[in-house]
Design a protein around this ligand. Structure first.
Ligand code: CMC
Length: 433
């Protein structure tokens, strides 16, 4: 972070000028360092939605939304999806470098040996209604991990941080698959260490004690790729939630539970579920124009789910890989004539040609395709966002670790533009109209 240039701010009400450093990262827009703004000027900044605010310095993920670029530690997402595997990407996000053969084997070994959860935790599930949304269950059981692993809660001890990080990445597929099994009324399936991360997840989701379950390699590869594509995405809402929660010194299990809560919303991770619900609502191709018209109507809150992105004003690079994976999975499963898929493809075609979507640069995002793949794999809609949470756990953990180790880290505490009543006298009850 070189600090060479400055930016001058003039307060026209007083005529005073102030200088602020302009910081350059290794790539991407420069940032104005306004940390001294309030002390010097007595003013705050106003940026609801943080559209122009850099909340931290980070070395993990870089996005150029105009060009449709996503790099993890410098490596393009499409190269990682093509040539790497999920645990290798996890190692990269956590450590900054791709592992060598020994490091990779050791890491896989560690992650596979932490995948059981305390047996007492299994009883927590039974406290939920069977029809509970699996994301509600996930918020609860992931938060509850902090009640079980007291030996990794000291955030100032790097060893504790490492163990907690491994535990979270390792246990999250088990917890997610159990949320599904619980909703189905089926027995929990325990992890198998000889399986890969993606295979193990599919195994815990779909195996039963009654018969052998053979993981389809095409589906395992697709699942692994989906996990890679969702692994991290810079300072999005859930990651910022994890950082903000962690900035107070909260333990990592509680912070990741907060991230899961934030991810649940339909404007964020909940969009993949919303896409499928929207496709079901549209129902048939002839109704697409009606829904496109609704999406364009300012007086109608309806939006085309799976389109648009806060950062990407170009094709989401993850969506391109996801589209290819989507076709591979559908070919493997022979579900070419799936009406919902045909509907999705037609919707994509029309929206990409429609001037409203073209001018506003509303391209299909990663969630548009992931829902279709999950559905073809037999994963129920309510589990879609849970899968996103499984994949994103490594990103949250990597960003949380980076924050804790950052010497400039402080508790996150934004200010506000107050627009309410100013001081007034208390009115006794009998005098109120
Ligand atoms: N359908 C119709 N119009 C849209 C859509 C959409 N999906 N998305 C944005 N717009 C319009 C919006 O009405 C606004 O129009 P105007 O300038 O005339 O007021 C303009 O495009 C800009 O939208 P915005 O809401 O100011 O943009 P934002 O950056 O705040 O929102 C978004 C980004 C992803 C929340 C939004 O595009 C959206 O709601 N998309 C649908 C939900 C979705 O697919 N979310 C998944 C995001 S990707 C995965 C993830 O990050 O979790």
């Amino acid at each position: 972070m070189a600090e060479k240039e400055t930016v001058t701010l003039t307060d026209n009400s007083t005529g005073r000028t102030y200088e602020f450093p302009l910081l350059s990262g290794t790539i991407g827009p420069k940032v104005i360092d306004i940390r001294s703004l309030y002390a010097e000027t007595g003013h705050f900044t106003y940026d609801p939605g943080f559209t122009s605010t850099g909340s931290c310095a980070s070395q993990i993920t870089y996005i150029d939304g105009d060009e449709g670029v996503l790099l993890h530690r410098g490596y393009p997402i499409d190269a990682l999806a093509e040539h790497s595997d999920y645990l290798e990407v996890c190692y990269l996000l956590l450590n900054g470098e791709l592992p060598n053969a020994k490091q990779k084997k050791d890491f896989e070994n560690i992650i596979s040996h932490h995948n059981m959860v305390h047996e007492q935790l299994a009883t927590f599930y039974r406290g939920f209604r069977r029809d509970a949304h699996p994301m509600a269950v996930m918020c609860g059981v992931v938060g509850a991990l902090s009640a079980f692993y007291h030996d990794s809660l000291d955030i100032n001890d790097p060893k504790h941080r490492l163990i907690a990080s491994h535990r979270l990445i390792s246990k999250i597929p088990t917890l997610a698959a159990w949320a599904y099994k619980y909703s189905m009324g089926q027995p929990f399936i325990y992890p198998k260490n000889e399986l890969s991360y993606a295979e193990n997840f599919l195994h815990m989701m779909f195996a039963t004690p009654c018969e052998d379950y053979k993981v389809n390699p095409v589906l395992a590869r697709a699942m692994d790729r989906i996990l890679i594509l969702h692994a991290d995405h810079e300072q999005n809402a859930s990651t910022s939630t994890v950082r903000l929660s962690g900035s107070s010194g909260a333990n990592p299990f509680a912070c990741i539970a907060a991230g899961i809560a934030s991810l649940w919303g339909p404007a964020h991770g909940g969009a993949n579920e919303a896409v499928l619900n929207m496709l079901a609502q549209i129902g048939s191709k002839d109704r697409i124009p009606e829904f496109i018209a609704r999406a364009k109507d300012k007086n109608d809150p309806f939006r085309l789910m799976g389109f648009g992105h806060r950062v990407y004003k170009n094709y989401d690079p993850r969506a391109q890989v996801m589209r290819k994976t989507c076709h591979e999975v559908l070919d493997e499963l022979g579900v070419r004539d799936e009406p919902l898929l045909e509907l999705a493809m037609e919707l994509e075609r029309i929206a990409l040609e429609d001037p409203y979507f073209v001018e506003k640069k509303l391209y299909p995002n990663v969630d548009f395709y992931s829902g279709i793949i999950f559905r073809a794999m037999g994963i129920p809609v309510s589990m879609f966002t849970v899968l996103f949470a499984v994949a994103r756990t490594v990103g949250w953990v990597a960003q949380w670790n980076e924050m804790i180790a950052d010497p400039h880290q402080k508790i996150g505490r934004p200010r506000q533009l107050f627009t309410g009543e100013t001081r007034r006298s208390f009115v006794p009850l009998h005098q109120r109209g």
